[in-house]
Ligand binder design. Structure first.
Ligand SMILES: Nc1ncnc2c1ncn2[C@@H]1O[C@H](COP(=O)(O)OP(=O)(O)OP(=O)(O)O)[C@@H](O)[C@H]1O
Ligand SMILES: [Mg+2]
Length: 311
């Protein structure tokens, strides 16, 4: 549905994004995840046709967003980072206005208005002045305007930012519902949010894509076999040097929690030392109470990918 190739954008002398390429399949929910200034908004503005890239191109449903901008934009609903809402308009007044701006026939606007008000649960606020709505409800009006013309692609820039936890849950549910029929691209710097909503995640940092996978595979891929945790029944003063002495072990951390001795063992990259470790423990007559691979949380993966730490 969307094919972005080699996107690079310079605002001044420095590139905001560099050589960003990705695809989004029809019906997929793709998440852009990255810290402040990573280039999420820039990328989203480019794929919605609001900002022509310095280099590269985007094909959306077969249309080049720069060269066939009108056709492409007709297919996109965009929730920008800051929604330009007219605060003195009523919810329905604003939505009608947006529909007219997009060239929708009055009859279609009327029907569609009722639908989007329903979908975005704005029923009780139809006549409310936008300026009097809470942040979360304003965000819903922003989503309502984005879906008004029934676009096939929805681009949502930080859709849950600044809204309270209860409304966040509601908004996420709404996005997931929308994602059933539409292709959605959203950005966030909240990891659990992205892993909850998205089918696929693209981690972007300093203007470049640093990882791309399903939330599950991202966690699994970096999890590997090289970090594990064992609980050993035996004197720590003896266990520790034995574990450290196993070939391929690069580091061992010991924790004593009320007499429960656990050791987190870091092996050299990619090495699976489960057999060597369990055999060494048994050989010394200690008891091996548990042994497990330690996965990284998405937070850890994110930090590893976005800070210059060695994996
Ligand atoms: N209009 C602009 N003029 C100059 N530089 C800009 C402009 N917009 C963004 N930048 C720069 O481009 C880089 C990427 O910004 P962008 O807004 O795309 O990041 P982001 O990932 O959306 O960040 P955030 O999480 O803070 O919204 C940043 O270094 C930013 O300072
Ligand atoms: Mg942004």
């Amino acid at each position: 549905m969307i094919q972005a190739e080699g996107l690079t954008h310079y605002y001044g002398p420095y590139p905001a994004i560099q050589d960003v390429s990705f695809g989004v399949r029809k019906g997929e929910i793709l998440g852009f995840l990255g810290p402040n200034g990573a280039g999420k908004t820039t990328t989203m503005r480019i794929i919605t046709g609001f900002l022509p890239p310095t280099r590269g191109k985007v094909i959306l449903d077969g249309y080049d967003v720069v060269e066939q901008s009108l056709e492409a934009r007709r297919r996109v609903g965009y929730l920008p980072e800051t929604v330009p809402l007219y605060t003195d308009m009523s919810v329905t007044g604003y939505l009608k206005y947006m529909g007219t701006l997009r060239g929708m026939p009055p009859k279609a606007i009327k029907t569609r208005l009722n639908e989007v008000v329903d979908v975005c649960r704005l029923g009780d606020y139809r006549k409310t002045q936008i300026g009097k709505l809470s942040k979360g409800f304003r965000q819903r009006v922003g989503i309502a305007q984005a879906i008004l013309h029934e676009p096939q692609v929805l681009v949502l820039d930080e859709p849950t930012i600044g809204i309270d936890p209860i409304q966040v849950v509601e908004t996420r549910k709404l996005i997931q519902e929308l994602g059933r029929d539409q292709t959605v691209v959203l950005s966030s710097h909240i990891l659990p949010e992205v892993s909850m909503i998205c089918d696929r995640v693209l981690i972007i940092n300093e203007g470049r894509i640093v990882a791309e996978d399903t939330p599950k595979n991202l966690a699994a891929g970096l999890q590997g076999v090289d970090r594990l945790e064992v609980e050993v029944g035996g004197p720590a003063a003896e266990v520790l040097p034995v574990l450290k002495g196993i070939r391929g072990v690069s580091n061992v951390a010991h924790v004593n929690e009320n007499g429960r001795h656990t050791y987190t063992i870091q092996a050299q990259a990619g090495q699976d030392l489960r057999d060597e470790i369990s055999q060494a423990i048994i050989r010394n007559g200690w008891s091996l109470r548990s042994l497990q691979l330690v996965g990284m949380s998405l937070e850890e993966i994110f930090l590893r990918l976005t800070t210059h730490e060695e994996l």
